[in-house]
Design a protein around this ligand. Sequence first.
Ligand code: MG
Length: 160
Amino acid sequence: MFRIGHGYDVHRLAEGRKLILGGVDIPHTLGLLGHSDADVLAHAIMDSLLGAAAMGDIGKLFPDSDERYRGADSLLLMTEVVRRVREAGYEIGNIDSTVCAQAPKLAPHIMQMRENIARACGTDISRISVKATTEEGLGFTGERLGISATAVCLLMPLTL
Ligand code: MG
């Protein structure tokens, strides 16, 4: 009756793009490349929700071949994911997530990300955790080539 989900996503960093994480437009010299707004944190969270409900993934729901999703606000897509998850009989117990980025410093933006995600999910901020870490200069996040995010969530039956 309780369902655990996991999500993972990566986007490449590029010049001339916005850096949107958890719906926060973060000032930085580079931004994330993608068909939508490339909010890698929102994408990992959505995939954890869909995974918990065994409802596929966002690539299936919102294909990047579909022009409707060009530049899409990922938090609006998240609201749609949560609507579908509720329709399937589940509500969010909690979400925990981690963003891996060498730069910029994300700590000042964490609270706003949590607020945005909680609003998009129609749930309380106490159920939404966002953490940030670096990978100590190692790998593609360490070399500032991209940013990754992971998320886990717990879904509970709506009747509880
Ligand atoms: Mg993505």
